[in-house]
Design a protein around this ligand. Structure first.
Ligand code: ZN
Length: 273
């Protein structure tokens, strides 16, 4: 964990999404949770040394953001769609996959039950804890249910996976046009320090690069469609983006698969399928 501002601590160096916590005058708020149960247990000990955990906020529906919720006994807040997705998760399959992440994981996953959000929003919500204000703003793009979490007093935004900073961008269920609009919404925020979903801490200067890459992906798949490629052909043949960015920590070897999912999704999006 690394101290980003007076009261914000973040983790960007382990498998799974970036996550962090904010120490307020009335306890701690955790934003996203580790993918690996053993990391969640370590984080729980670290938080216990600093105070009482009050809430968890999840920024999006992917499992690398919420699997660790289960190791904390506090209410979770997220977009309504995050709750629905967690409740519809095949827990047995999820546990089987996460169990492969390390030797300690299977034991920690015994009796696993997801800690799904019980406080939800659609467009946005503000949470006041002690002397801190957490403004949650729905920003669809990477999925339909992304939220940016602005920690007003710290000048920090947890952006969700709408930003992949210098690591490969996952577009497996993205709406690229809404995503580009959300990048503009991020640009308009007063806060300047971004904790991206993946990759190192960044600022607004990265928004152009993230946006250009989404545009490039869209143009790349559109060109294949315009040349008459079928979806199956495009999935096999469009491989040029594979090495544009490194994969994030713990995702080695996954680039070709991500590439195929990105192509499949954008092909559907652009053909209205
Ligand atoms: Zn994601």
């Amino acid at each position: 964990m690394h101290q980003l501002t007076s009261n914000v601590f973040v983790e960007t160096q382990i498998r799974g999404c970036n996550h962090g916590f904010v120490t307020t005058s009335d306890g701690i708020v955790l934003i996203d949770t580790p993918h690996k149960p053993s990391d969640a247990v370590k984080l729980k000990a670290e938080i216990a040394r600093r105070g009482k955990l009050r809430y968890i906020i999840n920024t999006e529906p992917h499992g690398d953001h919420w699997t660790g919720n289960a190791f904390f006994d506090v209410p979770v807040i997220a977009h309504e769609g995050v709750r629905t997705r967690i409740l519809n998760t095949d827990v047995q399959a999820h546990v089987a996959r996460v169990s492969t992440f390390g030797p300690e994981e299977p034991g920690l996953l015994a009796g696993y039950r997801p800690n799904a959000p019980i406080i939800t929003f659609r467009n946005g919500m503000t949470l006041h804890v002690g002397n801190h204000t957490f403004e949650m703003i729905h920003m669809p793009g990477h999925t339909a249910y992304q939220a940016a979490i602005c920690v007003k007093e710290e000048g920090v935004v947890f952006t969700s996976d709408n930003i992949f900073h210098k690591v490969h961008t996952w577009l497996q269920e993205a709406n690229p046009d809404l995503w580009l609009m959300s990048l503009e919404s991020l640009r308009k925020l007063k806060e300047e320090i971004f904790v991206p979903g993946h990759g190192a801490i960044c600022g607004k200067d990265y928004l152009n690069e993230q946006g250009a890459f989404i545009q490039e992906w869209k143009a790349y798949v559109k060109d294949a469609i315009d040349r008459g490629m079928t979806r199956d052909e495009a999935i096999v043949r469009l491989t040029a983006m594979t090495d544009r960015y490194p994969m994030d920590i713990g995702q080695d070897g996954m680039a070709p698969g991500v590439m195929k999912m990105n192509v499949a999704n954008l092909y559907n999006y652009l053909t209205g399928a």
